[in-house]
Design a protein around this ligand. Structure first.
Ligand code: NI
Length: 205
């Protein structure tokens, strides 16, 4: 086995552990503050970003609709594609059960890697997952502010090649209500059935 392959494998394994740890810490945070009221005050809020068509958007553009938000980056080798696939499968289930309710939910992908995730890069990316998925990017400051509002952790992993780096990031999917406030979150690896059932329940209330 070439040395670089072993190094890369070890690196990816480390990264997976970091993501798992971040997810665990994230869950602990939610466990300690189970009240929905508290979470509503702590998670989410105003943001200013640019969508995958190049338009400036804020949380106001989504008011009246639910947002199913996931933070990640298009170069992510596994965690993001897996999460976005699960999320899209959940949307398919909701759509099959109640197409009108599905129309009320906009799946949103927000990059944590604005340096590489340009408008056209996220446009190509979101098209792979769900037809109504919106991709959001912005300046480093805009992305940082949005991630902070959602308590999303991310950082560039240290790699020698400046163009070929990975990002460590938390992996939680957020359901934001039509009032732009936190409604529910789904931990990393939540299955599409569980997510769909929960969303159907919330949207039917
Ligand atoms: Ni990822």
């Amino acid at each position: 086995m070439p040395k670089s392959f072993i190094a890369r494998s070890a690196f990816i394994l480390c990264l997976a552990l970091i993501v798992a740890a971040a997810a665990f810490i994230g869950m602990k945070f939610f466990d300690q503050s189970p009240s929905n009221k508290q979470a509503r005050a702590l998670i989410g809020g105003p943001f200013n970003l640019v969508d995958h068509t190049g338009k400036d958007v804020s949380e106001k553009d989504f008011q009246g609709k639910y947002m199913l938000i996931y933070f990640g980056y298009t170069y992510c080798p596994d965690v993001c594609p897996t999460s976005l696939t699960l999320l899209s499968e959940a949307m398919d289930i909701v759509e099959a059960k109640d197409a009108a309710l599905a129309k009320l939910i906009t799946p949103v992908f927000i990059t944590v890697d604005p340096e590489r995730d340009t408008v056209s890069a996220i446009k190509d990316y979101v098209e792979n997952f769900y037809p109504t998925m919106v991709g959001l990017t912005g300046t480093t400051e805009q992305v940082s502010a949005a991630a902070k509002a959602f308590r999303v952790f991310y950082q560039k992993a240290e790699v020698e090649d400046s163009n070929d780096y990975l990002m460590d990031h938390s992996s939680i999917t957020y359901l934001i209500g039509p009032d732009s406030l936190y409604s529910k979150h789904y931990g990393h690896g939540t299955g599409p059935d569980e997510m769909a059932t929960s969303m159907l329940e919330i949207l039917s209330q």
